[in-house]
Ligand binder design. Structure first.
Ligand code: SAH
Length: 206
């Protein structure tokens, strides 16, 4: 079934988010509008490709990629309760008639070992705000397992991302600025809805 980015935006907006988000894992879902912005930019890389989604949470980017016609997507997250929600979301989409070549794996990205590589890695990981260096661990793993990486990071991370990519034999080929819509989740959120400025990077093996 071929569907538009707008339809994917609407579908993923209706999926379950985190029940009890964990601050130390920096858990928040990507909102529907950001998902369709991401797909407009990344679509050509995703189509008919094998994809791994690191820190997949409740599966928003995993499902977005597969609905946009990736061949297969593996979602990886350390938190089993997030993956249980991802499975509930999978059932919702399957009941709507979508075929979903996705699988989920519960693992810490730091210790993740995958037997085979994936064409593309996508991720909206922790930004390293609660645990310093978390973003670095995700990028390092992505460089190990894929030749093309699409990664969300906090704004102003560009000098770090460019340098770290170069050190690992990769280079940033594009970057896009956007804002993720965060619903009030944590005590330190002051408003019901806040916008978090982020950069989305496309990084490729040299
Ligand atoms: N990618 C999802 C969730 C973003 S929140 C989305 O876009 O909606 C970041 C996710 O990274 C959370 O689900 C959190 O549980 C996961 N995470 C944090 N540290 C991790 C680690 N070391 N290994 C695997 N997953 C991790």
């Amino acid at each position: 079934m071929k569907i538009s980015f707008k339809e994917i935006e609407i579908l993923v907006s209706q999926l379950y988010g985190f029940d009890e988000p964990k601050v130390f894992l920096e858990q928040y879902e990507t909102d529907g509008k950001t998902v369709s912005f991401f797909l407009q930019k990344a679509y050509q890389d995703l189509i008919r490709k094998s994809v791994v989604d690191l820190g997949c949470g409740t599966g928003i980017l995993t499902f977005a990629a597969v609905l946009a016609s990736s061949k297969f997507v593996l979602g990886v997250d350390v938190d089993i309760s997030a993956l249980k929600i991802a499975l509930k979301n999978k059932k919702i989409l399957a009941d709507l008639g979508f075929s979903l070549p996705v699988d989920f794996l519960c693992a810490d990205v730091k210790k993740l070992y995958l037997k085979k590589k994936f064409d593309v890695c996508i991720m909206n990981p922790p930004f390293g705000i609660q645990r310093k260096g978390a973003d670095r661990i995700f990028l390092k793993k992505a460089f190990e397992i894929s030749d093309v990486v699409w990664c969300f990071l906090s704004q102003n991370s560009e000098p770090f991302v460019r340098k770290f990519s170069e050190e690992n034999g990769f280079c940033v080929t594009s970057s896009f600025k956007t804002k993720i819509q965060l619903r009030r989740k944590f005590f330190f959120h002051k408003k019901n809805v806040e916008f978090l400025p982020v950069d989305i990077y496309r990084i490729e093996r040299k």
